[in-house]
Design a protein around this ligand. Structure first.
Ligand code: IPE
Ligand code: IPE
Ligand code: MG
Length: 258
């Protein structure tokens, strides 16, 4: 018996498994209030907490937060120092909450560049939370996507030089497998707060087919309500991955009739 063809696909569009967030707009948020930029970063930490909890509750598998870019080291020394202190406070202050929520914390980026007073507790929490399964929280720290790609390419070149790898075997899996995100699904949705519309060296390879959502809301003001608005927008996208819309619809119908 054939089923009637639904007007809308029977399956709701897949929820985002991996979300990346470019948490931007802290400095301008603070300046608008006549406060120093660091006040915006401090307030931004609260937005991190509520967003992490909300993503976990909504079944997100991986949440990658762009917290500090490789290029952010060039900011004024006092701002960098304040950010490092906030990171330290976050790792220590949220340790219990992260463990209670069953979240696995992992850092991506050139973590060795972080001062040791931050790196120590960060590595400890990564180790302590490694068996947690409810969500992976990836903190992009001293992270740059180009730098990450260079690291992966260099590791492959070293294997070729040692005679362990045939250049003909270098494929997407090999290059992608050398990135810090190896083994994770690619981001389905990238959110950037703060009004700018650019990726600023975030997950350039991994975001090949990500949906990009830009909101003027500054990061310190970002709430689960804003997250849901992004999810609703995402649910309305037709992800075609190079196919035609008709092909994608036919595929959805076929799966619905199985
Ligand atoms: C994002 O907010 C946080 C970091 C880059 C560490 P900004 O500090 O970039 O804030 P704006 O963009 O200057 O407002
Ligand atoms: C991107 O924001 C980095 C983080 C959010 C951590 P930036 O504020 O550094 O990006 P640009 O300089 O505006 O491109
Ligand atoms: Mg910014």
């Amino acid at each position: 018996m054939t089923r009637p063809i639904p007007l809308r696909p029977a399956e709701p569009p897949a929820a985002p498994r991996h979300i990346g967030i470019i948490m931007d707009g802290n400095g301008r948020w603070a300046n608008r209030r006549g406060q120093p930029r660091t006040a915006g970063h401090r307030e931004g930490a609260e937005a991190v907490n509520r967003t992490v909890t909300a993503c976990r509750e909504r079944g997100v598998e991986v949440l990658t937060l762009y917290a500090f870019s490789a290029q952010n080291w060039a900011r004024p020394e006092t701002e960098v120092a304040a950010l490092m202190q906030l990171l330290y406070d976050y790792v220590l202050g949220e340790r219990a909450s992260i463990m209670r929520q069953g979240i696995r914390l992992q850092a991506i980026g050139d973590v060795e560049q972080l001062p040791s007073f931050v790196r120590g507790p960060l590595r400890a929490l990564e180790a302590e939370s490694r068996h947690n399964h409810d969500m992976t929280l990836a903190l992009a720290l001293s992270y740059g996507s180009r730098e990450e790609l260079v690291r992966s390419a260099r590791a492959l070149a070293e294997r070729v030089a040692r005679g362990e790898l045939d250049p003909a075997d270098i494929d997407e899996a090999a290059l992608g497998g050398g990135l810090d995100t190896a083994g994770w699904p690619d981001p389905d949705l990238i959110i950037r707060t703060g009004g700018e519309r650019r990726l600023s060296n975030f997950l350039l390879w991994q975001a090949a087919y990500a949906e990009l959502y830009f909101t003027p809301v500054a990061w310190p003001d970002f709430t689960p309500h804003d997250l849901d608005a992004a999810f609703a927008w995402f649910a309305d996208r037709q992800r075609r991955f190079g196919l035609t819309g008709e092909q994608v619809e036919a595929d959805v119908m076929e799966r619905a009739s199985c």
